[in-house]
Design a protein around this ligand. Structure first.
Ligand code: PXP
Length: 238
């Protein structure tokens, strides 16, 4: 199972002062040494954290996989094609949200997604679609010829008790369906050191993207230790 580290949060700290530190690029060697399999960034329409220069710099220095999260926006699509990351993950985006709130409605955007997926795949850039754990969305992702889905684990992460068990079951079933549809299965959002194990046990899931909890822990133990600890928990679960 691959672990992608979402380093947007480092850019968020930089932007709090509008200066040059900390630079998300500084995290890359520490993440890679600690066993990260990917670096994930989200170039948002409002550029609130990651900027074009971060994407260009990371493309040069990241030696593991570079995964670019992005909305279905023409300007961002052109930038993504020019920068040629290993993978893009298409997410819905709302200006006012603090973070990505819900999954992409693949069913309602079939035509547009079909065109965009084709554009990226022609350039050997893998395409994942970030969706809520719903069977219709998985089938639509397969129909538009995406390479992968990323299952939104936000509802699971926020739920408690039996509600969390229900959410876990939903994720597990959707992962199985996606596997049957020949889609790679990724997951992410709200995962942390205490809730990741049950998700990592789902065999069909092959990639997790985690940001907030790792960067939060890095404040106390350093980013190399924070990544290594997460990697160990995931490996123990498999
Ligand atoms: N995956 C996607 C598609 C996301 O939008 C985010 C948040 O940027 C993450 C994973 C990581 O979420 P978190 O920061 O809660 O770990």
């Amino acid at each position: 199972m691959r672990l992608g580290i979402n380093i947007d949060h480092i850019a968020t700290i930089r932007e709090a002062r509008g200066g040059i530190e900390p630079d998300p690029a500084w995290a890359v060697p520490y993440c890679e040494i600690a066993g990260a399999d990917g670096i994930t960034i989200h170039l948002r329409e409002d550029r609130r954290h990651i900027k074009e220069r971060d994407l260009a710099l990371l493309k040069k220095i990241v030696s593991v996989r570079l995964n670019l999260e992005m909305a279905l926006n023409d300007e961002i699509i052109d930038i993504a094609i020019d920068s040629s990351p290993d993978q893009i993950t298409i997410v819905p985006e709302k200006r006012q949200e603090l973070t990505t709130e819900g999954g992409l409605d693949v069913c309602a955007n079939r035509k547009r997604l079909e065109e965009v997926v084709k554009k990226f795949k022609e350039r050997a850039i893998e395409v994942a679609l970030f969706i809520d754990p719903e069977a219709d969305q998985v089938r639509a992702a397969a129909e538009v010829a995406a390479d992968a889905i990323e299952i939104h684990t936000g509802a699971y992460s926020n739920a408690r008790g039996t509600k969390r068990i229900d959410e876990l079951e939903k994720i597990s079933e959707v992962a199985e369906l996606a596997y049957d549809c020949r889609l790679d299965v990724h997951a992410g959002h709200g995962l942390n050191y205490s809730n990741v194990t049950d998700i990592a046990k789902i065999k069909r899931i092959t990639e997790l993207n985690i940001g907030h909890s790792i960067i939060s822990r890095a404040v106390f133990v350093g980013i190399e230790n924070a990544v290594r600890e997460m990697k160990e928990i995931i490996e123990r679960a498999r």
